[in-house]
Write a protein that binds this ligand. Structure first.
Ligand SMILES: Cc1cc2nc3c(=O)[nH]c(=O)nc-3n(C[C@H](O)[C@H](O)[C@H](O)COP(=O)(O)OP(=O)(O)OC[C@H]3O[C@@H](n4cnc5c(N)ncnc54)[C@H](O)[C@@H]3O)c2cc1C
Length: 415
């Protein structure tokens, strides 16, 4: 008999996994905190995405008798080794499972710099998500900054929505980008094609390399962005700054179940199995690699979780996607120069208004937390812990339950 599979996260990894599992005859329960399936890249759900791959997965899933979609529901922790703690609109619940597949994705890596907490400053993907969610940007002036391919996607989304993109400010030097492009040309023609298409859509928008946004200025809201390149400093008057320096895997739920971490991501073997035998993981929670990696890993993880063998084609696609992930990691790794962006007076923990100067005297995250309340606000350190790792070399804190802010009613449902 095919076992049942619970999947957390309905992005490309979760959808590909759910599809593979129901097609294999399993009962699948897919849980996600959004109203619509799709995760980050297919944000907005079936009516909004423009992705034939997503359409195909969803068309096969939505009416399938073996498929249950639990939406608007956050998994806030582990009750015991085989029970999820959920929080939804109607309160909390405990959900037992036999086999679990984590497809919890990634979040943006935000580096503190003067003015980054001003209204008008968002992450690069954050701005894209707001625009896809309907925020009007027609005629608004936008600077997109940070590092990685997401800058291009975010700028293209804003441009298509009528915004004026003043500049894309890429932190990596031209040589690193050229090597990345060569890597795409040698082995990832589809990705190269996508990148060239994005550049074509962004024709006319200045693409600055080896460049950094060093300050966001404004009285009450963002008014000006200061950008530094080898040629000096330039100021851009703008309405929005979208600044993101890459992605960080969402590992907290896996950690809550005792899964080991490797290089900041959930550690998995070649079958996508974590170090906890009844838990598998796929997509960007196991390492940043984009939508194709998420889909390949999701499919392989689901089949392996059900005790089935992935096909040769599945394994080939997986290897190809991992090669792309390695290219990304090699050419878009955060550079030490980023540390200099944060000055002593810069806020690092924006929930609790803790500055870099207040954090400097402490030896580690725990000492700093006790003394300054860093990481004790609503985001529970999901943004500032990574910033502190970059700035001070502190080991990020272990995940604690609830992994996301939860109301007392949800916690009371633990029997
Ligand atoms: C803001 C942002 C924008 C991006 N935009 C693009 C883009 O335009 N193009 C591109 O190629 N890539 C983009 N990416 C990269 C993108 O993450 C991957 O390409 C792809 O979406 C990864 O798929 P995934 O299934 O691993 O994770 P995701 O798509 O991130 O899906 C994970 C899902 O799990 C849910 N989830 C996580 N934790 C829980 C929990 N505890 N309880 C319930 N639900 C949970 C999340 O809400 C999400 O729906 C973006 C990333 C981010 C962070």
């Amino acid at each position: 008999m095919i076992p049942a599979l619970h999947i957390v996260g309905s992005g490309p990894a979760g959808l590909a996994a759910a599809h593979a599992a129901v097609m294999a005859g399993a009962q699948v329960c897919l849980i996600d905190d959004n109203r619509a399936a799709g995760g980050q890249v297919w944000r907005g759900g079936p009516g909004a995405w423009n992705a034939p791959a997503a359409d195909a997965l969803w068309a096969a899933l939505r009416e399938h008798p073996g498929f249950t979609h639990v939406r608007d529901t956050r998994v806030v922790g582990a009750v015991d080794a085989r029970t999820l703690l959920l929080e939804g609109d109607t309160g909390g619940a405990c959900m037992p499972f036999e086999r679990l597949l984590l497809c919890t994705g990634a979040r943006e890596f935000l580096v503190p710099f003067p003015g980054w907490t001003l209204p008008g400053v968002t992450g690069a993907g954050g701005l894209q998500a707001l625009v896809k969610g309907g925020m009007p940007v027609r005629g608004r002036r936008i600077v997109v900054a940070g590092s990685g391919p997401l800058l291009l996607a975010s700028a293209a989304t804003a441009l298509a929505a009528g915004a004026q993109v003043l500049a894309i400010v890429e932190h990596q030097p031209r040589a690193a980008l050229a090597r990345f492009g060569l890597g795409l040309a040698l082995r990832h023609h589809g990705k190269l094609h996508q990148a060239l298409q994005l550049f074509a859509r962004l024709r006319g928008v200045p693409y600055l390399t080896d460049a950094l946004v060093v300050e966001a200025k404004g009285d009450e809201v963002l008014q000006t962005v200061v950008v530094e390149t080898a040629r000096g400093r330039t100021e851009y008057d703008c309405d929005f700054l979208a600044a993101g320096f890459g992605l960080l895997p969402n590992t907290e739920l896996g950690q809550a179940f005792g899964c080991a971490i490797d290089a900041g991501a959930l550690a998995v073997d070649e079958r996508q199995q974590t170090t906890v035998p009844h838990i598998w993981a796929a997509g960007e929670c196991t390492g940043v690699g984009g939508v194709d990696q998420a889909r390949s890993e999701g499919r392989v993880a689901a089949l392996c979780a059900l005790g089935l063998a992935p096909s040769r084609a599945d394994l080939r696609a997986l290897r190809q996607s991992h090669h792309f992930a390695a290219l990304l990691a090699r050419h878009f790794a955060p550079r030490p120069a980023l540390r200099a962006l944060c000055r002593p007076g810069t806020i690092v923990c924006r929930c609790e208004d803790v500055t870099a100067a207040e954090l400097m005297p402490w030896r580690d995250w725990r000492e700093a937390k006790l003394a300054t309340r860093v990481g004790m606000g609503p985001c529970q350190g999901s943004t500032c812990a990574a910033a502190c790792a970059l700035l001070f070399g502190w080991e990020p804190p272990a995940a604690r339950i609830p992994i996301l802010p939860a109301n007392a009613g949800a916690l009371a449902s633990i029997e």
